[in-house]
Design a protein around this ligand. Structure first.
Ligand SMILES: C[S@@+](CC[C@H](N)C(=O)[O-])C[C@H]1O[C@@H](n2cnc3c(N)ncnc32)[C@H](O)[C@@H]1O
Length: 284
């Protein structure tokens, strides 16, 4: 399992009983986590001291016990700070997936490597959410295209870019499949492609996204716009319906997918070294 090791402002304090106890700056949260199937380690009193508690009601929607003002969380990518605006909505998410910091480091290393070879890396971030990977790539010298089908999410990502005084990301509100199909027709080429597709998603015109059905074609098309030599690729999935073995099988049947790549799980670790597996990760 891969997990981030360089957070100072974020910490997974404990997990269990399908919830996780986390620290974002000086705010402690207690929110649902279906993957946390073990027993918690910390005593109940400590869990009850969380500042923010999310109670799920229906279709993953729910309520927070209280609403606090938007707050900013910082991650240090080497010596470069990346700042994120976090806020509470109708879902348990706050605008960041802290385990993804392990990928931000990978992206930064790859971009820096290409840069040192005299190449300005072009990076495509699909299903890009609030832009963690886009910011990491941009701050590591890449020209970034950020694609997400939900306008309000792209607005949030742009606010994160503003917070970091980044002005050079290309923002696209579009269905990831459609964007990639158009890029293939145009003959575009990227040095890095990152994708974090959800299990179910929406396209702008209601054309739904289903991970198990739509991923192979998307990956196949993405490979057509990935540079043949100077390249990197990251695919994350967070679906219990698609175990790592099946994901690898799916990729081995995908035309053009390389034979050698890194396949692992992505997660978080608490102080006592107990690990929480959150998703699958394929990279090369
Ligand atoms: C799991 S989140 C990605 C999290 C992100 N990679 C990170 O670490 O911060 C999935 C994102 O996919 C977007 N999305 C859903 N369906 C989409 C589609 N068909 N095309 C593009 N984006 C889509 C959602 O709006 C959401 O922002």
């Amino acid at each position: 399992m891969i997990y981030p090791t360089k957070w100072t402002e974020y910490e997974l304090l404990d997990f269990g009983n399908q919830r996780k106890l986390e620290r974002f700056g000086n705010i402690i949260t207690n929110r649902p986590e279906p993957q946390a199937v073990s027993k918690p380690s910390l005593p109940l009193e400590q869990w009850e001291q969380a500042d923010l508690y999310f109670r799920e009601s229906k279709n993953q929607k729910g309520n927070w016990n209280k609403q606090i003002q938007d707050f900013v969380l910082e991650y240090k990518l080497g010596s470069i700070p990346i700042r994120f605006k976090l806020n509470q909505g109708a879902f348990k998410h706050l605008g960041i997936f802290p385990e993804q910091a392990a990928n931000w480091e990978f992206i930064s290393d790859r971009c820096t490597y290409l840069h040192d070879k005299g190449i300005t890396p072009k990076v495509l971030n699909l299903f890009a959410y609030t832009g963690g990977a886009s910011l990491a790539a941009n701050l590591s010298g890449a020209e970034v295209t950020h694609v997400d089908s939900v306008k309000s999410v792209v607005t949030w990502a742009r606010q994160n870019a503003d917070l970091n005084r980044i002005k050079t990301i290309r923002w696209i509100v579009e269905d990831a499949r459609r964007f990639v199909e158009k890029s293939v027709r145009r003959g575009d080429l990227y040095h890095g492609i990152i994708m974090d597709p959800p299990v179910f998603g929406l396209g702008p015109k209601g054309k739904n996204w289903k991970l198990n059905r739509d991923l192979p074609e998307l990956v196949q098309n993405a490979l057509k716009i990935l540079h043949p030599q100077h390249r990197f690729f990251i695919l994350n999935t967070y679906s219990p319906q698609l175990p790592l073995s099946e994901l690898k099988q799916m990729l081995s049947n995908t035309t053009g997918f390389p034979k050698q790549y890194e396949s692992t799980t992505l997660g978080l670790k608490i102080l006592s070294d107990k690990r929480l597996e959150l998703g699958n990760l394929i990279r090369f």
